[in-house]
Design a protein around this ligand. Structure first.
Ligand code: SF4
Length: 539
């Protein structure tokens, strides 16, 4: 029992609060030590960091070591401190950062320039971490899920123009200029009708006193109109559909009626530990056209022979499905509802017709054959198709014609893509129980990183502008997500030991280092590790 009313702190007059050694500022099991071990294991010169190759003989004031600034950013992004000014403050007062940076205190400009100048190196670090987790056997390497998520850019919606918005702005300005023009005429007329004595004080007095103001306002509106016209001309010359005045690469992105000004971040997540294995930042609202590029990037990163890729129906594209199949990627993408219009209307759809490859003909529900016409057609999306037609006489007499033909059609026509067999295999795959099971897992896999980054860490927007820098910042976010996850999976001791073994990999024989990693992880042989000398006993 104490006789104090409240808990009391330390006296401000005691000579020392902190331990004398900076090393003792953080506990041996503090996760900040993982950042130290990881950055020390990197070859920053090879990764392309500025100043990484600077020699001791170089003239002038020495810059900050890129390793220290990378540690600062890793610590900051892991702990939801992103802005350069906040990082500057934390480096002065945060004991973990004082330990990590050995009391170095870079200014906010230095911190901000590091992120802007080293965007390509940050991407390389992120890629390197994926290779590391692959070598550590922390990815399954056979099943991935792909998804996109919008992030706000450093631009407002008002700073992005489309042709329609510019045309509307010009029309609005025309109306305002016209209205001001009318009011000037009305003023002139009123002044002309006033008795001479009322205007003894000269122009600008009485009812016409705001004539000068109106003139200035009209001039301002005219200048605004000229700018809008110049913007419209520039937009038309560029061939783009949008133009951003603040961040030239940010775009108005719209999904499910919600619009933002920013970027669409594509991410591929491995199913074993929900680690991001590939990602990209694009500025298109639509995910169509991203399936193959993202799945191929993941397949290359994982060095997988074959890969199953799950995506939502926004990724459905026949050309993308074919590209995936050609590259050994089995894609599971639901067929969009929009392609089932005939089924919804109760009419026969393509799946009610069976294709006979031997006869090169479709067989309809009544058993009649639809034969191919001569020649090929290119449809609006660039697919080369062959048309198969029913016979007019047969269709006219068919008892099922109401369910089969459009109201004004006299025979049934089916367009078959030259690679329709790819879609047939995909349709059959999507009807299997395996597809239903995998699609249930899709969102749980791919939404884990976005949920963690956007909801837990609060990263909903980028702090930098332009594709290069935004991609660099996204690399930091993805790296910190993967880093935290791997640290949680391995634990601090095994993580630090793995980094030490990675350092060996850089500096000495790879086989020795890989065996070291195997032993640390307590694994006999992670899936992707191939030891050069299998017969030699592990040392
Ligand atoms: S309308 Fe023609 S194509 Fe359709 S089911 Fe009848 S016969 Fe077959």
């Amino acid at each position: 029992m104490t006789n104090r009313p409240f808990k009391t702190g330390e006296s401000r007059h005691q000579p020392s609060l902190l331990p004398p050694r900076i090393e003792d500022y953080v506990e041996p099991d503090n996760p900040v030590r993982a950042i130290e071990s990881y950055v020390c294991a990197l070859d920053l010169a090879k990764l392309g960091f500025r100043h990484a190759e600077r020699s001791a003989e170089a003239m002038g004031q020495p810059p900050y070591d890129p390793a220290d600034l990378l540690k600062l950013y890793l610590y900051g992004y892991i702990n939801q401190v992103r802005s350069s000014r906040r990082l500057e403050r934390e480096a002065c007062r945060n004991l973990e950062l004082i330990w990590l940076l050995r009391n170095l205190r870079p200014g906010y400009r230095t911190i901000a320039h590091f992120r802007k100048e080293n965007w390509a190196a940050l991407k390389a670090v992120n890629r390197g971490f994926v290779l590391l987790v692959r070598e550590l056997g922390l990815v399954g390497g056979s099943l991935v899920a792909i998804d996109g998520s919008f992030f706000h850019g450093d631009a407002s919606k008002a700073s992005i123009f489309t042709r329609k918005r510019l045309a509307e702005q010009i029309a609005r300005l025309d109306l305002e200029i016209e209205a001001y023009g009318r009011s000037v005429e009305d003023n002139d007329a009123a002044e002309a009708n006033e008795p001479r004595k009322d205007r003894a004080d000269g122009p600008g007095s009485g009812s016409g006193g705001d004539g000068g103001d109106i003139g200035a306002r009209v001039s301002a509106l005219m200048a605004k109109r000229l700018r809008a016209e110049a913007d419209l001309a520039r937009l038309e010359a560029s061939g783009e559909t949008q133009m951003s005045l603040t961040d030239s690469d940010a775009r108005l992105l719209v999904k499910n009626g919600q619009g933002i000004a920013g970027y669409n971040v594509q991410s591929v997540v491995d199913d074993k530990h929900m680690l991001i294995v590939a990602s990209e930042v694009v500025n298109d609202s639509s995910d169509v056209g991203q399936l193959h590029a993202m799945a191929k990037a993941a397949k290359d990163a994982l060095e997988a022979e074959a890969l199953q890729a799950l995506a939502d129906e926004g990724y459905y594209s026949s050309l993308e499905l074919k590209a995936c199949e050609d590259d050994g990627i089995t894609a599971y993408v639901p067929v969009p509802e929009g392609r089932r219009q005939l089924e919804k209307k109760g009419r026969f759809s393509l799946k009610d017709f069976s294709y006979d490859p031997a006869a090169d003909a479709y067989r309809c529900p009544t058993g009649e054959l639809l034969r191919p016409t001569e020649g090929r057609w290119k449809n609006a999306s660039g697919r080369v198709e062959v048309r198969y037609l029913g016979r007019k006489v047969t269709c006219a007499a068919c008892p099922l014609r109401a369910k089969c033909l459009a109201p004004k059609a006299s025979y049934r026509s089916i367009a078959r893509w030259e690679h329709e067999d790819v879609l047939e295999r995909h349709r059959a795959r999507m009807e299997s129980q395996e597809a239903a099971r995998l699609m249930q897992r899709r969102s749980a896999i791919v939404e884990h990183p976005f949920g963690t980054l956007k909801c837990r860490a609060g990263y909903q927007h980028f702090l930098v502008r332009g594709f290069d820098k935004v991609r660099g910042e996204w690399s930091l976010m993805a790296l910190c997500y993967n880093f935290t996850r791997v640290l949680n999976i391995l634990g601090l001791k095994r993580f630090i030991a793995c980094m030490a073994a990675s350092l060996l990999l850089l500096e000495c024989a790879p086989t020795v280092a890989l065996r070291g990693i195997l032993r640390i992880l307590g694994l006999s042989r992670p899936c992707s590790l191939q030891l050069a000398n299998e017969s030699a006993p592990a040392s």
